[in-house]
Design a protein around this ligand. Structure first.
Ligand code: C5P
Length: 380
């Protein structure tokens, strides 16, 4: 609430009975500069601002933290307290930042409720993974307030990508040599996953085709796990046939071993060689589709960034390319932050070093702009 106020937003606070057990309403009253709402049937509060008036007043309803109980109530239309009633009465976008024990989050019934809420248009921020208040580790921590605030404001771009199908490939590929060895690269998938999350937040229908990474797939999208470049090629091409946007954020292996040996290769002699053959260029194949989605590539370079990026833009027939330095101290493959130099035919923009989530939202702004230029009727 403090962060939202700092950015000039007017915030009214609703507290459930459980919330009042943790924090005194007076604290939020002092911070927000307004009386805190906690009772559904309080004559005094209803006189000042009725629950229906409160629902109409808000541009967005944010529930943070959202408990498993609140999600369940919302998913089934229960309205036995002020907050759940506000949700039912709300016509504005509703955003939840869930927080609960990892087992409660993973429980089938909670996941069913989450699916229902997605279908009802509720947007999710988090949860994050890590140490929990109960001492356990896992997915279920409330996302950091600074992150909630940033994503909440990014989601206010009304329907930036609503009705738009976005396919994103992310992470590395693994090219097997034998049953236990493979060739891969340092891609963490963080940028692709951040883009997928930001695209969901912008209202898009998202398909994320991912190589093997250490990240949990964001909620609210179709997730396809692949391993090799050939598998990534098949999945991507299938889903790109009716896509509006394709973002190739994956670090696809350029070559694969020509033969995959059926048994574990034994050491033999001092020198060994692997014969490699070229993988198909996925993004170039997508750019060759008819009709073709808006195609956005990435160029990770260790030198001569601008020239290589501009060359790839042209050679692969892309609509946009986001170039970044790799192998430097900050940013790049395994880092949480990055900076991008974005090029498109006839223009360019620098996106300064920041965390990959912020960067993803900024890049999606540029992509949405290009999409509206390309297809003003469908996406207006
Ligand atoms: O040529 P280079 O690999 O540097 O180009 C990077 C861009 O091309 C990225 O968007 C990457 O996802 C894509 N790419 C691809 N298929 C390949 C190689 C790269 O889609 N086989």
């Amino acid at each position: 609430m403090r962060l939202l106020r700092k950015q000039g937003h007017d915030v009214r606070v609703v507290m459930t009975a459980a919330a009042c057990e943790f924090v005194a309403p007076l604290t939020f009253q002092a911070l927000s500069g307004h009386a805190v709402h906690s009772e559904l049937l309080d004559a005094g509060q209803e006189q000042a601002m009725s629950h229906i008036h409160l629902a109409r007043w808000a541009d967005v309803l944010l529930i943070a933290p959202a408990t498993a109980d609140m999600l369940a109530k919302m998913a089934h239309g229960l309205a036995d307290d002020l907050l759940s009633t506000l949700y039912l009465a709300a016509e504005c976008p509703v955003v939840v930042a869930p927080a609960m024990n990892q087992a409660m989050w993973a429980k089938a019934v909670t996941q069913d409720n989450i699916r229902r809420l997605h279908q009802h248009g509720v947007r999710f921020i988090g949860p994050a993974a890590g140490a929990q208040a109960c001492g356990e580790q896992g997915l279920g921590r409330m996302e950091e307030p600074v992150e909630i605030c940033r994503l909440l404001l990014a989601q206010q771009i009304p329907g930036m990508l609503s009705g738009v199908k976005v396919v994103i490939s992310a992470g590395p590929t693994r090219e097997p040599l034998d049953p236990v060895r493979y060739i891969t690269n340092r891609s963490s998938g963080k940028m692709g996953y951040a883009l997928a999350q930001a695209a969901v937040a912008g209202g898009a229908e998202v398909v994320l085709v991912s190589g093997p990474v250490n990240l949990s797939p964001p909620v609210g999208l179709a997730f396809i796990q692949v391993e090799t470049a050939l598998q990534m090629y098949d999945a991507t091409l299938t889903h790109c046939r009716d896509a509006d946007v394709y973002i190739g954020a994956a670090a696809v292996a350029d070559y694969r071993p020509q033969h995959i040996v059926a048994h574990k290769i034994k050491k033999d002699g001092d020198i060994a060689s692997i014969l490699l053959e070229k993988n198909p260029d996925i993004i170039a194949a997508v750019a060759g589709l008819q009709p073709k989605p808006l195609v956005v590539g990435f160029a990770a370079e260790t030198d001569d960034l601008e020239n290589y990026a501009k060359h790839k833009l042209q050679a692969k027939n892309l609509d946009m390319i986001a170039a970044n330095w790799v192998g430097k101290a900050e940013g790049g493959f395994e880092s949480d932050s990055n900076a991008l130099q974005v090029f498109w035919p006839g223009g360019q923009q620098t996106l300064a070093m920041t965390d990959k989530h912020t960067l993803a939202t900024q890049l999606l702004y540029l992509i949405a702009e290009k999409l509206h230029e390309k297809n003003p009727v469908k996406n207006s």
